[in-house]
Design a protein around this ligand. Structure first.
Ligand SMILES: [Zn+2]
Length: 166
């Protein structure tokens, strides 16, 4: 086995799906039908050791940040750069120091209602495929939604300081 393409984020070995592809681990495999029990066990190990770095992980099922941070309070930068969410995403009523969703992709609904980010927020080039809820969201400090793409409707554009272009 070779190192996963994103080894610096996961420290796992990976396999190439086809010759010429880069090797990917079970967390980083973008196959929506990947083995759930392998994914869940790798994820639970990952969140113990690398609880602030979810860069480029492809989440096949519903994801709720409270599964990782039950208190709803995160005192660090949470990194979801390039993450891919196939199912619904919930970051509801959580307070986080800083968050990076650069180039993240939300294929299903995303719920950020009541989220509070205290320092920096990046949704640079993020893609929202369905409804995104930003009701009551507070982004203090620097927030970047440049080149984010909203394919569904958005609840409370005001919270994110951008306007849809039709
Ligand atoms: Zn990996």
């Amino acid at each position: 086995m070779d190192q996963c393409k994103y080894h610096e984020h996961c420290a796992l070995e990976g396999v190439a799906i086809s010759p010429g592809d880069e090797p990917l681990c079970i967390l980083h495999s973008r196959d929506p039908n990947k083995d759930r029990s392998r994914f869940e066990s790798a994820f639970s190990n990952h969140k113990k050791h690398r609880q602030y770095d979810y860069s480029y992980i492809a989440f096949p099922d519903r994801f709720d940040i409270r599964r990782v941070f039950e208190s709803g309070r995160v005192d660090r930068l949470l990194n979801f750069t390039g993450a891919l969410f196939y199912a619904e995403v919930r970051f509801r009523e959580v307070a986080i120091d800083a968050i990076n969703f650069m180039e993240a992709e939300f294929r299903a609904e995303s719920d950020f209602e009541g989220i509070k980010i205290e320092q920096t927020t990046s949704f640079y080039k993020a893609r929202f495929g369905k409804h995104a809820n930003f009701k009551g969201a507070v982004f203090q400090g620097w927030a970047n939604f440049d080149d984010a793409v909203f394919e569904g409707d958005v609840c409370d554009w005001g919270a994110i300081g951008v306007r849809p272009e039709y």
